[in-house]
Design a protein around this ligand. Sequence first.
Ligand code: SF4
Ligand code: SF4
Length: 314
Amino acid sequence: MGCDEMEVNRCEGALVMGCIFDIKRFAIHDGPGIRTTVFLKGCPLQCLWCHNPESISPHREMLFTPERCIICGACENVCPTGAHRFEDNQHIYERERCVVCGRCADVCHARALEIVGRNVTVADVMSEVEQDIPFYETSDGGLTISGGEPLMQLKFTEALLRVAKQRGLHTCLDTSGYADWNAFERILPLVDLFLYDIKFINDDQHRKWTGVSNARILQNLRQLVNAGANVTLRCPIIPTINDSNEHFRDLAELINELNAPLKCELLPYHRMAVPKYKRLGREYPLADIEIPSNEIVHGWLEQLRAMGVDAVVG
Ligand code: SF4
Ligand code: SF4
């Protein structure tokens, strides 16, 4: 395998554009083997525990890290809207004035100001992904598309998957499941493994904690399984929110009803995203929730396994 830039550019869809916020190389938790994970911006859900808060908005955003600021004043000089000012040796950034033009981030050498979200072509992404092909070959890894919800940028996701398959890569799609079935139908032949998030089976609880109904999520899951897709469920478990016996029972019932060899990866709650909320100027909504111990997580696994679920920690 291998492909130079001209070869990629000749692939159908190589010049389709999308908005991404990160490309993570050497990922080992986003599907089998060593993977390159491309994170797309935009998500229709607003899970309160979201560990990628910068993924939710489909638009570019500013990350401000005041601890890095050396008070050089360069940002104030270039900002067209007066969003930066300095008082008593303090840098005050007024987010509501900012139009995210990026000029201040361009001149901030201390990286106290950074824009999250960049527009790229499929060929741009593939030129990074292809650097890791030797690692995929030795580990049975490949490309994972994540987010956000990748199906919010269907044209880009489809084109990226198509080019990746043309290059012979293994592909995973990490999805909330919240999309039209037509979108799944279009990408179905291009995805080797769906990493499919299930947060709640109870719809009232799903609406309360994610902002949307789970009806189409569960319907799409059933249709994917019926279509013979390879699916791994990914289930964030958040203490006091969905670590109840009822949720585990509902989850096991769903999996058993689907009657397919589905692995269920539990994603225990963590707080690694807290600094990102601060840098985006947002409150972290779950500040009081404690990280579960290994014993507690083991108990969750045992509970699900006792009900016939092939549960592992993801
Ligand atoms: S350019 Fe960066 S380091 Fe300089 S004052 Fe602005 S935020 Fe601080
Ligand atoms: S991104 Fe543009 S508008 Fe926003 S603070 Fe920086 S220079 Fe000002």
